[in-house]
Design a protein around this ligand. Structure first.
Ligand code: NOJ
Length: 737
């Protein structure tokens, strides 16, 4: 975040004129409270419904009679620094109060969860990351930034860059997968997309890195659970995307709910002050997660709300989301010396600097023209990018007998009630989409000109309809079954102990298989889900599997393009898939152990399940095939130059994601069997062969030890290249640093 001297002076001038209350006001993030029978934050109301304190009917009744309190009085009094919301008209109204009616006229910063698009919802991050396409990551973020600004949002609670290795955790859907390197490249690209087009204040927002940190390492994949790990693991796996994003200029971060080795991240001076603001040099501000400060009392680290507030402020937590603890207790805490004025000024300076950098002082309002831009459908070029992203995110897992692509002449029986749904293509954490922009799979197939009949038959919940299944198999030339998860089955507070296909869908697939076989027809299975699923049974029995995730508004057109062959799939998995539940967590980049898993008895294995992933990280097929040869790794001054020949051995053009991995064979700490260190998307004509060159900087061949120091150790390295993390060529090289 670069401020001009003049902007810096303005921040200092404001700071010098602010009262203590006004300073604390800047540290207060409000959301509209629902007023009616209840005066509690909306999140709490939802919680009350979820935990049964009120029924769903009661909740709906409250919502229909309730009005919203936007805290206008507090805004006028300078006691609010930030507000949640996605309504541009409301944003302008509230901003007017802040700018024209508060004593110092400091604008609000409006924040919102724009995780994978606002109106133009593109694929969930775990899917998009599988495109291995930084330019795409950046472009989708740029669209999100523009749409956000047009809705009054200057601060996106994104990117979510938690490296996640346990697919029981529902929030794997929101992040870029299991790998620290891919997540770091993803994080950098998202920051560029959200923040870097500063040609107009309409084009950029402040990003908010979340959830800082190690939230995804929650024990047993249960959301909000405790997190314990070595310092080396923290630095090698969970911190790198955050460090990378700060280097790229990220303007803010959100402290995560979890405790890390016993210290909740909300009050953690090591992660907040020492690393994020100290070693990494983040000059923006840190916000708590919703209710995070108060939860420190429940964690058992703070005696009461006041204590939690004092610990948070002193640890470097600049803004309070949703508890009013700063508002209620910081004044007394500063006056009594429990929190110093330097701490407070540092927090406020950071918040004001972000507002200044966003141009909010000069351009606090959304223009009528910008509001009008999104009155109807999303702009065509946004839909196009969403379509490109959706196509590139689809992963072909299995295509026995080359059933796919379908020929134009084949009549399709489309099965499964997910196939006609617009709501279920969107994915977790998207709230501002509209049906008019959504293309279901059924609609997408129709748009492609395919002849298609639709049979709901069943879905993730409820019963299946055997008669309809029989009819579907009797009537078409090919059956396309769409199965998976509802959007509500992944995302926050949606951890699962069972990550197999939910409900009776396996039974439905079994019946479909039996009936299509009897009729001599082919069965294609399309998966729509927010997490890696345990697909052991499906992989064993079903001939064709297409992983289509939750792809956003253009999902239907993208799936149709892949099924009909208009698009040759190129997506790869950003996360390993287990065969069965008990293999979780599972990831490719694990240590070797003294007894690597094998078929022998006394090795690191299960008696009743395979030891490796069903589909590993980086995996994904194409309608053509690629062959790798002649891997070379040569030492240059500051890097290794890696070259590998890649040939398209099939009969159609295709794109391959060439992946470069490394293993530090002997080191002072046990290192992973493989670590991703580079990748390149390569398009090859049928029969074309090319040398793909990748550079591995020597500086990137080290690791963090348990003192949190980055070390480069001389010795033997294995260099791998291939189309996924399992099937690679290998070369060995000794390196002295
Ligand atoms: C809770 C979630 O953990 C976080 O990701 C989100 O940004 C905030 N709530 C605000 O909605």
């Amino acid at each position: 975040m670069k401020l001009t001297e003049q902007q810096k002076n303005r921040v200092e001038d404001l700071l010098s004129r602010m009262t203590l209350e006004e300073k604390i006001g800047q540290m207060n993030l409000e959301s509209p409270s629902i007023v009616g029978g209840f005066d509690v934050p909306f999140e709490e109301l939802i919680e009350m419904m979820t935990d049964g304190r009120i029924s769903q009917e009661e909740f709906q009744k409250i919502m229909s009679t309730a009005t919203r309190d936007f805290h206008e009085e507090d805004i006028r009094a300078g006691l609010v620094g930030a507000m949640m919301g996605d309504d541009p008209v409301k944003a302008n109204e509230l901003q007017k109060i802040a700018v024209e009616e508060s004593r110092l006229g400091i604008p609000l910063i409006m924040g919102f969860d724009v995780i994978h698009g606002l109106r133009t919802v593109y694929p969930i991050a775990i899917a998009e990351a599988g495109a291995f396409d930084e330019d795409l990551f950046e472009r989708t973020a740029r669209i999100a930034a523009r749409e956000s600004r047009a809705h009054g949002i200057g601060w996106n609670f994104a990117p979510m860059i938690d490296v996640a290795r346990d697919c029981r955790w529902g929030r794997v859907s929101e992040g870029p997968g299991e790998d620290a390197y891919l997540a770091s490249r993803f994080a950098r690209a998202k920051i560029r997309g959200l923040q870097n087009d500063r040609t107009s204040p309409e084009n950029y927002v402040a990003a908010c890195l979340k959830h800082y940190v190690a939230y995804s390492a929650c024990e047993s994949g249960r959301d909000y659970n405790t997190t314990s790990m070595s310092i080396s693991q923290l630095h090698n796996v969970y911190l790198p995307p955050f460090k990378a994003a700060v280097e790229e200029g990220a303007a803010s971060a959100m402290a995560s709910f979890n405790d890390l080795n016993g210290v909740p991240c909300t009050v953690n001076p090591y992660t907040l002050r020492e690393l994020l603001k100290g070693a990494y040099g983040m000059d923006g501000f840190v916000v708590s997660d919703a209710n995070g400060i108060k939860e420190c009392v429940t964690h058992g680290i703070a005696e009461d709300d006041r204590d939690a507030g004092i610990q948070s402020a002193n640890a470097g937590l600049d803004m309070d989301m949703g508890t009013h603890i700063y508002k209620d207790y910081l004044k007394e805490a500063v006056e009594s010396g429990a929190v110093s004025m330097e701490v407070l000024d540092d927090a406020v300076r950071r918040i004001l600097s972000v507002k200044m950098w966003l141009g909010l002082f000069e351009n606090p309002y959304v223009s009528e023209e910008a509001i009008a831009r999104y009155a109807g459908k999303i702009p065509a070029e946004h839909a196009e990018t969403a379509l490109e992203a959706a196509k590139k995110s689809i992963v072909l897992l299995k295509n026995e007998g080359n059933v796919l692509p379908l020929s134009k002449k084949q009549k399709i029986s489309l099965v499964g009630n997910l196939a006609a749904s617009e709501e279920e293509i969107i994915g977790a954490w998207a709230m501002s989409w509209r049906n008019e922009d959504c293309v279901s799979i059924l609609e997408g197939l129709k748009n492609s000109g395919a002849e298609v009949s639709y049979y709901p038959c069943g879905g993730p919940e409820g019963e299946i309809n055997a008669d309809e299944i029989a009819r579907a198999c009797g009537e078409g030339d090919v059956v396309v079954a769409v199965v998976g998860e509802l959007v509500s089955m992944s995302g926050e507070a949606s951890s699962k102990a069972n990550v197999e296909l939910p409900g009776k869908q396996r039974e439905m697939l079994s019946l479909l298989l039996e009936k299509t076989r009897a009729a001599g027809k082919k069965l294609v299975t399309v998966l729509m889900n927010g997490r890696p699923l345990a697909l052991g049974w499906e992989e064993e029995h079903l001939p064709v599997l297409v992983e289509a995730w939750h792809l956003g508004v253009q999902m239907g057109n993208a799936v149709a393009a892949v099924l009909t062959g208009e698009e040759n799939p190129s997506g790869k998995l950003a996360s390993s898939f287990p065969s069965v539940n008990g293999q979780c967590p599972i990831y490719y980049s694990h240590p070797n152990t003294g007894r690597p898993g094998s078929k022998s008895k006394f090795t690191s294995r299960y008696l009743d399940a395979p030891f490796d992933a069903l589909f590993p990280f980086g995996y994904g097929l194409s309608y053509t095939t690629f062959a790798y040869s002649e891997l070379k790794a040569e030492e240059d001054k500051d890097c290794l130059r890696v070259a590998v020949r890649v040939k398209n051995t099939g009969d159609r053009k295709g794109t391959e994601v060439v992946q470069l991995y490394m293993q530090d064979v002997t080191a002072s700490l046990v290192r992973p069997v493989k670590e991703l260190k580079g990748f390149s998307r390569v398009e090859l004509e049928a029969g074309e062969e090319r040398t793909v060159n990748l550079e591995l900087k020597k500086q990137d061949m080290g690791f963090y030890n348990n003192q949190g120091e980055y070390v480069l150790e001389d010795g033997l390295f294995r260099i791998y290249a291939g189309g996924n993390s399992r099937d690679c060529l290998c070369a060995e090289i000794r390196v002295n640093f």
